[in-house]
Design a protein around this ligand. Structure first.
Ligand code: ZN
Length: 280
């Protein structure tokens, strides 16, 4: 795998081996930089030095409002990628990604290598990632309309290594959408108990909604709902921080899969239009 391919994938916590991307270039050396570890004939580390990274281009998906669709934004192949040396193990990479129509996103990656990044085929991971969107670019989650903000907060929390925090936002979307479909389809969301009206248990409502409208994606509802129940229990707090981080991708796919299902069903479209965020 190339470094640029790794940077085009969702951020992972483990180090992954990539092709060698740094090749010594004498012309890049500059005496003004602070040097370290200059022994055993090893080239010095030049903190703050700009280096050329011999790897392909980075590609990430965003919603382009000019193209009115999700598009792949890429860094220019002809210019290659450049990084700034932070330490023997860390490089900062600044890069502008572009849609075919010309819309741009400014991205910044802090890449950490398990050992010296100059090694052959080093193991690396993304330590931090940030993007600054221009006016006509929105996050991919924008296609999820009302839910975009919460989905993006989930992504942001996950990128910052906050497993439980990320899952809380997904849970909010999951529960709100289920209760909303129930409301607009006359499925009971409350019950009477000892003369009081109280909210029905979430799973009861979800079961009724799914039986009538099949909102849970097939990939999750098969196999006796096993995967679905596992993910649901993580969403509802029965899991460790590690479980939350490890399963975030699957959880995100589950929740966005539910929204995709709803968008395709005529009878449920009104549930998306009359969305009510007030039901906490
Ligand atoms: Zn575009």
């Amino acid at each position: 795998m190339t470094l640029s391919r790794l940077l085009s994938k969702p951020q992972a916590t483990d180090y992954q081996q990539v092709d060698t991307f740094w090749f010594p270039d004498e012309s890049e050396e500059n005496e003004d930089y602070e040097c370290g570890n200059e022994n055993d004939g090893e080239l010095p580390i030049l903190i703050g030095q700009h280096i050329f990274l011999d790897t392909g281009s980075i590609s990430l998906n965003y919603y382009c409002t000019d193209c009115e669709n999700v598009r792949t934004f890429s860094s220019g192949k002809e210019h290659g990628l450049r990084g700034v040396v932070v330490s023997q193990r860390v490089i900062s990479i600044d890069c502008v990604l572009q849609c075919n129509c010309g819309s741009v996103v400014h991205t910044w990656f802090l890449v950490e290598s398990e050992q010296d990044f100059r090694n052959q085929s080093p193991g690396v991971r993304i330590l931090h990632f940030r993007d600054k969107l221009s006016g006509n670019v929105k996050l991919q989650s924008e296609q999820y309309g009302e839910f975009a903000e919460w989905l993006e907060k989930a992504n942001q929390a996950h990128r910052d290594g906050l497993g439980s925090g990320a899952v809380i936002y997904l849970r909010k979307v999951f529960e709100s959408i289920t209760y909303n479909i129930a409301k607009v389809n006359d499925i009971q969301t409350t019950r009477h108990r000892s003369g009081r009206v109280e909210k029905r248990d979430f799973y009861g409502v979800l079961k009724d909604v799914d039986e009538k409208h099949s909102i849970i994606p097939n990939a999750f509802s098969g196999n006796g709902y096993k995967l679905f129940s596992e993910l649901s229990s993580i969403i509802h707090g029965d899991g460790s921080e590690d479980d939350a981080l490890k399963n975030f991708g699957a959880l995100y796919t589950l929740v966005t899969g539910i929204i995709d299902n709803i968008k395709q069903k005529e009878e449920l479209k009104s549930a998306l239009q009359k969305f009510d965020w007030s039901m906490d």
